[in-house]
Design a protein around this ligand. Sequence first.
Ligand SMILES: [Mn+2]
Length: 325
Amino acid sequence: MNNKIQEIVERIKSGNRFLIATHINPDGDAIGSALALAIALEKMSKEVVVYDRDPVPYQFRFLPTADRVVNTLENVGTFDAAFVLDCSELDRVGQGFSQKVATKSWINIDHHLTNENFAHVTLIDKDACSTGYLVYELAKALPVEITKDMAVNIYTTIIVDTGSFRYSNSSNDAFRTAGEMVDLGVSPWDVAMHVYENQPQKRLELLSRVLNTLEVAQGGQVASVAVTKEMMKETGTGPDETDGFVNYPRSIEGVEVAFLVREVGDMEYKISYRSKGTVNVAAVCQTFGGGGHKNAAGCIMKGTLAEVTTRATNAVYEVLKSPCQ
Ligand SMILES: [Mn+2]
């Protein structure tokens, strides 16, 4: 890992213009890690463009320099290196993304289980609590001071990806790094307030509809909820507002795996799986062309809502009944 960091440091030192891109439907780790890295590179007088296909979700717009994220690649020029953060494959940045970018090299920083190794340099640590944590490791090797603005971004990546230190990736490094960020001036309450206590009323109106769809199957081990386009239309909400909904079915006693089914197109649904224990939902999703982490993964399925829900449930059942998980 240190070799990879050194290789990235050299590429940063020898270049002038950098693109930092992250995944569609960005979460706090995507945005926070991109902004922390951008601030570090600018401290070294580099020119930086931060790109995400989709807008920054409402709860992450408070992140220092979040307003700099651009949603288009038109007229962005050429780059010495393009960073792809928190993505295990290039398509996660958006279809056709790589063809639209003129760059001398690709650098991937990521912590997903299933990584396609598409870049010239890949800094990957599947045990890292967040991509922002890896950006912090990189930033410490750069000739820059870690500023409070960087710290707020890094701290946020850790709390969102560890579920506020509830998930199994809440390592010593996660706690230690969060503490170091607090030393640099981060206010945990201020971050928590923006991320968790700032939701639009319409999100709760959507949630009340979504909870009505709760289904518990396989003797109480698998639970799911669904979000349709109709529900989002009725409440004036978008996919952004469904973030975290899957935690409700997962929180039921006895449930091993929960998933959220979200209508994304005509007869097309995005399945977001979460597991509590040993079930590897990344492996489940891989069989459907998706991927992710052991306890959080996603994939796309086609069919009616009922068909997709049954298929998604049965796929978990196959794993649950197998003696060696
Ligand atoms: Mn992440």
